[in-house]
Design a protein around this ligand. Structure first.
Ligand SMILES: C[S@@+](CC[C@H](N)C(=O)[O-])C[C@H]1O[C@@H](n2cnc3c(N)ncnc32)[C@H](O)[C@@H]1O
Length: 346
């Protein structure tokens, strides 16, 4: 019905209208389903009939057409003529070979998607204060990754994705001052590879749990860097190899509650000895940056594994408790921080 002047009457936004931006689950899950089935890979050669797209991604055409039409309305796909679908620039970001590696971050069959699906257990976390991973996937987070090879490998791949992250992390420290970097919880060696490639004077040790460390060995060998690297397959809760001058913890401490975080930092302090340094690299607004990003990551870390994001002041408490003293703090363009510490004598 229109008013006398022909305009539609104004209506008050309904409760649904007001909450819509924060309650929709359909579109986020539809995008993840498209990433999981590699729909963007299927359409990468250009617009094609539904049946061919469905064949390429192993989907049932009657179901896929509904997904494509919904996501066409959201700007990811095109339907240039009825039943012919193509990619938009946004949809193109979901291609497996896109440098952003977003597909792997969203894949519901892998760690990327599961770290979102764990939120189906958020109520459990809120009622108990425990991480939700076990209640949703059947085993505590780190045990799940250790026991399920596919999931462990997928976690490593998600951690290694995101070239901007590693470039940004590198900017938080002057690597020219280092001689032997020990990357503690260094994943498959993405950061170490970038640092060693950029600084020919450097030696490195990649330290991580056995399956991840072995994947790191292969990755570093592929880059021709293994002759400047040692691989330490072990837990960072055990004594760490000595001999390094820079012990790096990149995005490690936020995985853990305070008590465990202090144990890890103490291990680094012991190994660094009198002349070494410990470098904590953490992100997401720890230095007073974007509070929304900080709050979201804090909720994520707590729900997944019982970890947390920390402010600089909160890091300072852990650093002191671990027998370290802060000597410098450097922020990065992407809101990460590098906190350089030295062991306190005695
Ligand atoms: C969030 S990832 C960060 C990886 C890498 N530093 C980065 O910046 O991408 C945490 C890393 O800690 C490792 N990790 C978890 N528990 C560990 C343990 N007890 N001992 C050694 N490494 C461990 C994981 O395998 C993983 O590689």
């Amino acid at each position: 019905m229109t008013d006398t002047d022909g305009t539609l009457p104004q209506r008050e936004p309904t409760a649904w209208d007001q909450l819509a931006p924060v309650i929709d689950l359909v579109t986020p899950l539809a995008v993840r389903a498209a990433a999981t089935l590699r729909v963007a890979d299927a359409l990468a050669d250009g617009p094609m009939p539904l049946e061919e797209a469905a064949r390429r991604c192993g989907a049932e055409p009657g179901a896929l057409v509904r997904l494509l039409r919904h996501l066409a309305c959201k700007g990811l796909f095109t339907e240039s003529e009825p039943g012919t679908f193509g990619l938009t620039g946004t949809g193109d970001l979901l291609r497996s070979d896109h440098p952003s590696q977003m597909r792997v971050q969203l894949d519901l069959d892998g760690f990327g998607g599961r770290m979102d699906l764990v939120f189906t257990g958020l109520v459990h976390t809120l009622r108990t204060g425990e991480p939700a991973w076990e209640s949703v996937f059947g085993a505590p987070f780190w045990r799940h990754l250790a026991e399920d090879e596919v999931m462990g490998e997928s976690f490593d791949a998600v951690m290694a994705a995101g070239p901007e992250y590693f470039e940004d992390v590198m900017s938080a420290f002057d690597w020219e001052r280092a001689g032997h970097v020990v990357d503690v919880g260094g994943g498959t060696g993405e950061l170490l590879a970038a640092v060693l490639s950029a600084h020919e004077q450097l030696w490195g040790t990649l330290l991580d749990l056995p399956a991840t460390a072995e994947r790191g060995r292969a990755r570093l060998a592929e880059s021709g860097l293994l002759d400047r690297c040692e691989i330490a397959s072990q837990s960072f809760f055990d004594p760490l190899p000595t001999g390094g001058d820079t012990y790096v913890l990149a995005s490690v401490i936020h995985d853990w509650p305070d008590e465990d975080a202090v144990r890890i930092l103490r291990r680094c302090a012991e190994a660094a000895g009198r002349s070494g340094r410990v470098l904590i690299l953490e992100g997401h607004g720890s230095d007073g940056g974007d509070p929304a990003m900080f709050a979201e990551m804090d909720l994520r870390m707590y729900t997944i594994a019982g970890g947390r994001e920390r402010t600089l002041e909160e890091f300072r408490v852990l650093i002191g408790a671990a027998g370290l003293a802060e000597v410098a703090v450097r922020g990065t363009a992407l809101d990460q921080i590098g906190i350089e510490c030295v062991p306190v004598a005695g």
